[in-house]
Design a protein around this ligand. Sequence first.
Ligand code: GDP
Length: 436
Amino acid sequence: LPVVALVGRPNVGKSTIFNRIISQRLSIVEDTPGVTRDRIYAHGEWLGKEFSLIDTGGITLNDQNLNQEITSQAEIAIDEADVVVMVTDARVGVTNEDEVVAKILFRSHKPVILAVNKADNLQQRQDIYDFYALGLGEPYAVSGVHGTGMGDLLDALINQLPLAGNEPADDTIKFSFIGRPNVGKSSLVNAILGEKRVIVSAAEGTTRDAIDTKFINRADQTAYTMIDTAGIRKRGKVYENTEKYSVMRAMRSIDRSDVVVMVLDGAQGIREQDKRVAGLAHEAGRGVIIAVNKWDAVAHKNQKTMQEFRDYIRDEFRYLNYAPIVFVSALHHQRLDQIMELVQQVTVNQNRRIQSSLLNELLLKATAVAPAPIVKNKRLRLYYLTQVATAPPTFVAFVNDPDLFHFSYERFLINQLRTTFEFTGTPIKIIARKRK
Ligand code: GDP
């Protein structure tokens, strides 16, 4: 998807505009703990055109002065986005900081749309001519709070989006490493690319995609694309180690991957930020593999250490119970082939299709083992199960009343699917529909 970034000094209303743009889509976002809070990255859509949206205002460095802060945010926007929306405040007028941001954006030659927010009444909507002085073209008066003017702004925005098909479709398996800074993502990338792979191309094109690497894995003769991720392309910018920035980069990588490898630091254990990244991976419905890196650096290992670490992971990331776990060392090139084998297998599992006849056999057995629940004196009846999509495998259960199809019974059915068919590494979704 093309990327749009919002920039502007604090308090101009970037996050109000962000929420307004993504609002139609928010309802379909699942509620994974810690994910929806402080969202700075989401999908937007206008007149059928989809894009990713970043609120750079959420990426703060805190210990710096305001000019440095907004300069960084403008740099992030220029690095990451195809189109930048600069947000200003109608009630305050043009400020010095606005001029600083506008100058940086102007020099970048990126398409910029200028939004003048808080133009809540007619007078304010007419008083926006001063903003021409920023040299960014026509200002668009909007009210993020009331929603006025948003249509014109979005029209202008989608006119500037690059044409679809910018990323040529190919049938390589796309995967990426995600995780907090210093867990060893870039070491893993280098180690994997360094041995037994034939590099086909390091994609050029736009700077933000510059390090996608296409290669043939000698072991299985399969073509893969390793997707850019936080920490791999280190440019030495101050914001790179902030949590928000690395979360945003992780989301960008997840978006573009079929399978993500969530990297943990075996020597340090699991941190809060790991949980956040894991939640994002799960929410996106991609295949997930958990790699415990730096296993070489774990002291006093015995026969139980691995199993204990497994249990620890299962306990901390309950919703990722389907993700296979592999213990690796980028430093000593240990079990890197296992990562590649898992990426291959998980891709197969994500795209697996189960015949309806087999699903209904399963349904018969399952209802024999655990009769469908009775809720408020009414028993759930399951008539038919059928697969409607892959990646992730998605099933529709036709029932007498979808309200009776509770989470616990859904989980039971998902477990039955997992024990009967090979779905390691992929989330499974079941949608209940009323049988007509
Ligand atoms: P990233 O920020 O996740 O990309 O992490 P890096 O790949 O830059 O690695 C962070 C640090 O961990 C570096 O000092 C690496 O040398 C070190 N490191 C990475 N992988 C391993 C490993 O398998 N074992 C050990 N002992 N150190 C590692």
